[in-house]
Design a protein around this ligand. Structure first.
Ligand code: ERO
Length: 312
């Protein structure tokens, strides 16, 4: 069986990789991903200038997942472009992703100009869904702004570009967002980012568990898998087939990977479970997915991708 996949004309020998923000802050973490069985890596979302992020503790793990209010700590986009271009030279047959995010559309355009200037030939992921920058609403929930950003970005950028979206919870929102996304030459959409502004409580201390935002933070892990699967499938049903889907959210076993692909994902990304288990998780997930495919008689992803059955 083969777990290989393609995003646009870029080939990947596997369909499992990291989610932006996890194990991708610096060269050390990114090199560990590059050496693992992950198909590729995506960097932490780079901003125009490097950022310290929010005060710690800003990440907390629970049995069922995680809560984070990192506040977009990153080395700056230039750092990630320099590193990925270096790795790309050493591995000409691998394909890589760089994530970036601006605080307004002017910054988004500047970031993509920086990408172009660097000669980066991989895939850019524009993050429209950071829930943890105090005072900044999630762009992904402001449909007019998303429309304006994509219009402006695609006037200036010709390379492969996808967007990281927040989770939506309303069928009409799926309809409205898909209508906007279908207007643009997007390579893919990545659904979902963490479920924003959840709250986890230490009952014994009667206290929150992270310092920023009075304990409010993005939720990941088991808590969000049903929402992630629904977003992947809702967009799979609505988007032109030229726009592919990367599925993120609640993946910690081969079964979770299988379900995301059944819903229509061409690639999956792992966040919380990667944070807990480390890059060895990619070998485990790949083996588990292969075992499921063999038991069902599937040889390649296209044998079951998007083929979720409804009740008649
Ligand atoms: C890029 C900021 C993000 C962050 C963050 O840096 O706080 N956390 C998330 O769960 N998702 C994000 O997109």
């Amino acid at each position: 069986v083969s777990t290989a996949t393609k995003i646009a004309q870029k080939k990947f020998d596997n369909c499992i990789m990291n989610a932006s923000g996890v194990w991708c802050y610096d060269e050390k973490e990114l090199s560990a991903l590059d050496k693992s069985e992950a198909a590729s890596f995506v960097t932490k979302s780079g901003t125009l200038e490097s950022r310290k992020g929010n005060p710690k503790p800003r990440y907390f793990e629970t049995d069922l997942g995680s809560i984070n209010s990192m506040g977009l700590p990153n080395q700056g986009l230039e750092y990630y472009l320099n590193f990925v271009n270096k790795v790309q030279e050493q591995n000409p047959n691998k394909n890589y992703f760089v994530s970036c995010t601006g605080f307004n559309v002017q910054e988004d355009v500047l970031l993509l100009e920086e990408v172009k200037k660097s000669g980066f030939k991989g895939i850019v992921e524009l993050n429209l869904s950071c829930p943890n920058v105090p005072g900044k609403p999630q762009t992904g929930y402001d449909f007019e702004t998303v429309d304006m950003i994509l219009q402006t970005v695609f006037e200036n950028y010709e390379g492969l570009l996808g967007v990281k979206l927040p989770p939506y919870f309303d069928i009409v929102h799926f309809d409205q967002m898909a209508k906007i996304l279908n207007k643009y030459p997007l390579t893919y959409i990545n659904s979902v980012n963490s479920i924003g502004n959840g709250l986890y409580i230490d009952e014994e201390q009667e206290k929150v568990v992270i310092k920023p935002k009075n304990g409010f933070g993005g939720i990941g892990g088991d808590y969000i898998k049903p929402t992630a699967l629904a977003n992947v499938h809702a967009f799979y049903q609505r988007l032109d087939s030229r726009i592919q889907i990367i599925g993120t959210g609640g993946i910690k076993t081969g079964r979770d990977v299988f379900e995301h692909i059944l819903c229509g994902a061409s690639m999956v990304q792992v966040g919380t479970a990667l944070m807990k288990e480390g890059p060895s998780i990619f070998r485990r997930l790949t083996r588990e997915l292969e075992a499921i495919m063999r038991s069902k008689g599937y040889e390649k992803l296209s044998d079951f991708k998007g083929k979720l059955k409804y009740m008649n």
